[in-house]
Write a protein that binds this ligand. Structure first.
Ligand code: AMP
Ligand code: MN
Ligand code: MN
Ligand code: MN
Length: 276
């Protein structure tokens, strides 16, 4: 099967490498179909697309949209949409504005932990990148409030903690509609990473299919074979396409790289068959 990576990040959001650098790294690792999927922004796509075309590697535009479903933060990956679609660009601009608004609110909450002007500090840290919780995590580490990023999420930023503000995000059904309206395909990102019971996850998967979502990430980074089997079976049961992505952010995750070790089960229907 084709070696593809359809979910990874660049410095346009919370990734370490520039768009062209991460594309080149994925290519050097053997991947031959790529999608850059930064959080709620398309800013990295032109540079990524240019590098991909120089390397003659297949590339489709991508994005990871922040959404909610039944009060749980959910990520929907859009693939292969029309970059020129005005409606979609407006949606993405709105998501970007929501992110800024959310960052201000998170900043106010982090200020209460005894760090002054958190929002301004995080803005400096992020530079041209879209602000995300990982930037707040870095601030908490630098201010000595926690020992590392993982502790920052565990105590202050992760699901249900003070810095987890998700009320602003649109419902999953809207994201799917927007992606379709721009000619793209909607994929449920990392289904196993929402810390849900299997019963609740099954409900999310069924709803996603009812909203006319196209596929789910059967492979997301490194995962247990049991998880792959469960997701692959769910795909077949619900008539969904299978996608695969590393969700690579940077070299700090030494056990995981971009563009390799993402094989879909032989019997799955890969998402790229939807547009090929
Ligand atoms: P945001 O996009 O601002 O909602 O922040 C979510 C991002 O934080 C994810 O895409 C990951 O990159 C990162 N993240 C989530 N959980 C953790 C964690 N436990 N440790 C480090 N980074 C995390
Ligand atoms: Mn991220
Ligand atoms: Mn995600
Ligand atoms: Mn991601």
């Amino acid at each position: 099967m084709l070696s593809a990576d359809l979910h990874f990040h660049s410095s346009a959001s919370d990734g370490h490498f520039k768009p062209e650098e991460v594309v080149e790294r994925a290519f050097n690792n053997g991947a031959r179909l790529l999608a850059l999927t930064d959080h709620d922004t398309l800013a990295g796509i032109p540079a990524a697309q240019k590098r991909a075309s120089e390397l003659a590697v297949d590339f489709v535009p991508g994005i990871e949209l922040s959404c909610v479903w039944n009060k749980t933060g959910i990520h929907i990956v859009g693939l292969g949409f029309d970059m020129e679609d005005r409606g979609f660009r407006a949606v993405v601009d709105h998501q970007t504005a929501l992110r800024e608004e959310r960052a201000m609110k998170i900043g106010q909450r982090i200020d209460r932990l005894g760090i002054s002007d958190s929002f301004e500090k995080v803005k400096l840290l992020a530079g041209a990148s879209q602000i995300g919780r990982p930037h707040f995590a870095r601030l908490l580490v630098e201010a000595g409030k926690v020992k590392d990023m993982s502790q920052a999420f565990k105590r202050y930023l992760g699901a249900g903690k003070t810095g987890d503000i998700k009320a602003l995000w649109p419902p999953v059904s809207d994201a799917i509609r927007w992606i379709h309206a721009a000619g793209g395909f909607a994929v449920l990102a990392h289904p196993n990473k929402y810390r849900m019971t299997r019963t609740r996850l099954n409900r999310l998967l069924a709803d996603f299919r009812d909203y006319e979502g196209d596929g789910i990430e059967v492979i997301s980074g490194r995962q247990e074979p049991e998880v792959t089997r469960f997701l692959s079976k769910s795909c077949q049961k619900l008539g969904l396409y299978a996608s695969c992505g590393s969700d690579f952010h940077g070299p700090e995750t030494r056990w995981l790289d971009v563009g390799k070790n993402l094989p879909l089960p032989e019997d799955s229907l890969p998402i790229w068959e939807a547009w090929q």
